[in-house]
Design a protein around this ligand. Structure first.
Ligand SMILES: Cc1cc2nc3c(=O)[nH]c(=O)nc-3n(C[C@H](O)[C@H](O)[C@H](O)COP(=O)(O)OP(=O)(O)OC[C@H]3O[C@@H](n4cnc5c(N)ncnc54)[C@H](O)[C@@H]3O)c2cc1C
Length: 384
């Protein structure tokens, strides 16, 4: 195995980094995960995730964690309703036995993280370790963290997400703005704080599309309603709009104005004080990106191929990257680390290119005038 006796630093303990750590430990590799979060109990933001056959589920299966997954997944959380701005329903999976969601089981981000963390050897994750910089030392890297500590690793794997600080050490390819900015909201105790929408969503998901705008809603098992608005805006709208996103009332006022064509029921999204709000301009990398392979550094997940979430593939890709990289680093096929990384990157970049193109297409058609018709045709496998 090309990583025999090598120290591996995984930077970032998201689904990609933790899956990789687990798979490498199953092969007795020396692994540390350096994670920015203060500890394992930090609240994990973001919507529930659907895991797919051949990627996210395959990763858990290879990690020997399917039993834990089955004990934590949420059977009806993927049931979808498609609505327009006036709450007219165009599809309701709650009403039928058939469901697009059935072979894409949902799990909340927090239990997924817990399952992966509990599968690791004690002390694998070094919490409160925000990566700042690194420099070449001997055959590897000396990594520096915000807490003042530094650690050496022979191989560094960047799993530090969409705003990766390590990516620049491998490539200067910059992200491209997709044309859409999302605003993420998490309404806690939503049964009380957004009762009409809580009843409407019925424990599943809502895609509401109209007026070249989107509202994607989902539930979490702790009673949170997570949602994303999607609007076509300029790249720097978050700043240029003058909205202070730490001031809830300013965001509420923006929504009232920008979504004034929508039924009043949607206003519940921006009314409660028990809400967290994060603006998220959506970027992607060029589908034909590539870089010169390094012998001691590579990227995985969003750090390698961030993209808008409109194909629902991000977490699945990160977990597939993890098992493909683990396989390359631990099988006996390659003569050295560089050849193993090269093989992984070739396949990963091809796969990411295909999914990026699909994602950009979805981003466009879901924010077009006939978005609902487009989405229904897409689900039925028809040409748009
Ligand atoms: C609004 C939105 C909605 C989405 N919806 C979906 C969806 O429905 N389905 C889906 O499959 N995907 C979705 N995604 C994408 C999905 O969340 C990501 O693709 C996936 O989480 C990528 O996993 P990752 O491990 O590469 O990175 P991340 O999950 O981002 O994890 C990165 C980790 O690195 C840590 N970190 C960051 N910087 C540092 C640093 N400097 N030092 C140390 N640690 C660091 C972070 O704290 C984090 O734990 C969505 C994303 C967004 C933004």
């Amino acid at each position: 195995m090309v990583i025999e006796n090598k120290k591996i630093a995984i930077v970032g303990g998201g689904p990609g980094g933790l899956t990789l750590a687990r798979l490498l430990q199953l092969k007795n590799a020396q692994v540390k995960v350096y994670e920015r979060d203060e500890n394992k109990d930090v609240r994990v933001q973001g919507a529930t995730l659907d895991l797919h056959e051949g990627s996210g589920l395959e990763a858990l299966s290879r990690a020997g964690l399917m039993e834990e997954f089955k004990a934590n997944f949420r059977p009806n959380a993927g049931k979808l309703k498609i609505l327009d701005k006036n709450l007219n329903i165009f599809l309701d999976e709650h009403a039928s036995e058939d469901s697009y969601a059935e072979d894409r089981p949902e799990i909340d981000r927090a239990p997924l993280r817990k399952i992966l963390l509990e599968s690791l050897q004690p002390e694998t994750v070094v919490w409160d370790s925000q990566f700042i910089s690194m420099e070449q030392q001997n055959e590897g890297w000396l990594l520096h963290f915000k807490n003042g500590k530094s650690y050496y690793a022979d191989i560094v794997i960047a799993c530090d997400g969409a705003n990766s600080k390590i990516r620049d050490y491998l490539t200067d390819i910059k992200p491209i703005y997709s044309g859409v900015t999302m605003v993420e909201g998490n309404i806690y105790n939503a049964e009380t704080n957004a009762p009409t929408l809580w009843e409407l969503i019925n424990g599943g998901k809502i895609f509401a599309l109209d007026h070249n705008q989107s509202l994607l809603l989902s539930t979490k098992s702790d009673g949170t309603l997570t949602f994303y608005t999607g609007c076509k805006t300029d790249e720097y709208w978050t700043k240029d709009s003058g909205i202070d996103f730490t001031n809830k009332q300013q965001v509420f006022d923006w929504f009232k104005k920008d979504f004034s064509f929508w039924d009043k029921a949607w206003q519940e999204l921006f009314e409660s004080d028990e809400i967290s709000i994060i603006p998220r301009p959506q970027y992607h990398y060029p589908p034909d990106q590539h870089w010169e392979t390094s012998s001691n550094l590579t990227l995985l997940g969003d750090a390698a191929h961030r993209m808008p979430p409109y194909a629902g593939e991000g977490v699945n890709m990160a977990m597939q990257d993890a098992y493909e990289l683990a396989e390359c680093l631990t099988n006996e096929q390659f003569k050295d680390v560089k050849s193993a990384i090269s093989n992984y990157e070739k396949n990963m970049l091809k796969r990411a290119s295909d999914i990026t193109k699909i994602t950009l297409y979805n981003t466009e058609i879901l924010h077009a005038p006939n978005a609902i018709e487009n989405l229904l045709k897409m689900f039925q496998g028809e040409d748009i």
